[in-house]
Structure formats: structure tokens, C-alpha cells
Ligand binder design. Sequence first.
Ligand code: NAD
Length: 334
Amino acid sequence: MRVAIVGCGGMGNVHLRDLLQMESQGFDVDVRYLVDIDASRAEALRAKYGLREVEVLTDYRRALGKVDAAVIATPHAEHYQQIMDFVASGAHVLVEKPMVCNLRQALDVYEAWRKSGLVVEVAFQRHFEKPWIAARDLISKGVLGKIEMVSMILGQAYTGVKGTWRAIRKISCGGELIDSGSHFMDVALWITGLRAEEAFAYMDSRGFEIDINTALVAKLEGGPLLLFTVAGDDPGWLEVEIFWGEEGRLIVQPPAVLLQRRKGEGEAVNLEPYPQSRPAFNFVRAIEKLEDNGSPPVCGLRVQELADAAYRSVELGRPVKVAELYEEMGARRP
Ligand SMILES: NC(=O)c1ccc[n+]([C@@H]2O[C@H](COP(=O)([O-])OP(=O)(O)OC[C@H]3O[C@@H](n4cnc5c(N)ncnc54)[C@H](O)[C@@H]3O)[C@@H](O)[C@H]2O)c1
């Protein structure tokens, strides 16, 4: 399987490392191109891993038709065209989060993926990590009964993005809500299996042109409420997701998952039986039909529905229904 890595920064490095690990384990992985508009970054990666045979490109379009798979780890505004071009060329795609920049693009990617029969995967790594796999397993087995409410807290020293592409709205397409926040919105929706119905947010940009702090409330289909605190000026990193159901409460505070049933003692969930993997490992195995695609474009679409409703609510100063966004596009919600 011939592969191009597009975007040779932080996450390009991580995915390349994982793919080389797959190759060393005997998987059919042949990295052919390292692509970056800044050739020195691609060259640095090539030197780091001693990949003398690998070609450095500054334009991903030169790899179209010459690879079977592409890993896209570029700034957010680049994702859409790169995904669509690789899929049109018949290549499988692993794309970093957020999948794209808006709901129209997310729907296009979703539809292109459905028609293509290819593996298109969004690198939401929590889908492959023990705490979240355990939480999803327990909730889908009905341990909490019907879900009533979800609350998430994200803290990150996001003001550190000053001077980078992340602080430029037309390249990042938004701030902490869709950057690290996309993981949390995905966790809430993927774990509960519910879609967002309506959202309202207040955002504080703290002098940036992107959102830094966000207070988001939403209704999920069937009635459960969702609350998301995004504290982009945290001194470090903080992650908590809490799920309340008729039968109890589950807290995901990595590395721990804590279950409190309505009757009886609280317990730390034993995570040992659950698997631990990485997006790139699943991507290769899904292409080889050894595993299901653990994070298909529908996950990116569901996150974008919630994100777009939240951003639109800030513009309009009122709650926005996801149905309104589809109506505006003249599209049916998949
Ligand atoms: N899953 C995670 O936890 C996680 C963590 C960090 C970043 N990310 C995501 O990974 C992606 C990349 O982020 P990063 O932190 O690696 O950024 P980065 O700035 O370290 O790297 C991005 C690279 O893309 C290159 N680039 C820009 N435009 C390009 C283009 N048109 N074609 C090819 N290369 C181009 C840049 O020169 C840079 O080398 C983003 O989507 C980001 O949100 C995910």
C-alpha cells in the first residue's frame, strides 16, 4: 500500500511513526511521499526516520493517482479539498480532526465516502483508547439506562497558539471549540450514539480572532441535555466527561473511569479487558479488512453539526437547531 503523508508537522510525525511501526510488523505499508508546503519540514521527517527512498513534495496534487492511501495532517482549512481530491483519485484517507471546517463540507465528505467504498477515517484517537472504549461499551450495554445528561470540561493552555496558524481564523476555521473541543464533542456523541438537536453558546475570544473560552449548552435527540465548558486559558490540560443516566453516573477522567450506580458502591471500572490502539493502526487494518473503520466520516459530520449550531448561535444570539442548518443547505440529514 503506497502512502503519502500530507503535512509533516506534529501529527504528520505521529502518524508516520505509527505507520512505520506497522510496516516493521509486516503490514503492507510503503510510505512514498512526504508532502509539506514547507519542504524543510518534510525533509526533517525524512532525515529523522532515515527514509532515503521517500520523495519530498510541496504540492499534494503531485501524489494523486500515485498512492493508495493518504494521511492528512495539515491545518484545518486544507483538509476538505485534500480529502475530496484523494478520495476522487481512489485513495483511502486518514484525516486529522476536525474533519473539515463546516457542515456543508462535512456532508460532501460523508457523501463522497459513502459512494467511494474507501476507508475514510477521522483521527479521533479516543475511539481506540481504553477509557472511552470502556465508557461506550458500558453505556451501549445499558449500564446507565437511558442517558439523561452529559457534561464535559476541557481545559488547555490554548492562548499559547498566538502567532501560529491556529490563531488565524481563515486557516483554523475556529478556535478551541473545534480544535481540541472536537474530541470532546465527538466523545459525547459517539459514546451515547446520540445526535445534537439544538445548541446555544457564549464565546470569549480573549483578544484573539478565534474562540478561546466557550460555554455551550445543547439538547440531544430524545431529550438529554449536554453542557460543555471549554476553558482555553487553563494552566495545563484538563479532561473530564460525565454521563448521567436513569441508573447512575459514569465519569471518564483519563486514565480512570468511575461508575456510580444508583444503588450500591461506586467503582473504578477495570480497563484491562479493553483494547488500546492508534488511529493509524486501525486505518491500515481497516484497509486490509481486518478491523472495522473505528472512526468514519459520520463521526466528523455529527461533531460538525453541533459545532456549526454553536457558532451560528453566537452570531444570532439564540439557540440554533441542527435541522435549520440542513434546511438552509436544502439537504436531508443523513
Ligand atoms: N489528534 C490530536 O490529538 C491532534 C493533536 C494535534 C494536532 N491535531 C491535528 O493535526 C492537524 C495538524 O496539526 P499539527 O499540530 O500537526 O500542525 P503543525 O503546524 O505542527 O503541522 C502542520 C503542517 O502542515 C503543513 N502544511 C500547511 N499547509 C499545507 C498544505 N496545503 N499541504 C501540505 N502541507 C501543509 C505545515 O507547513 C506544517 O508543517 C490539525 O488538523 C490538528 O488539529 C490533532
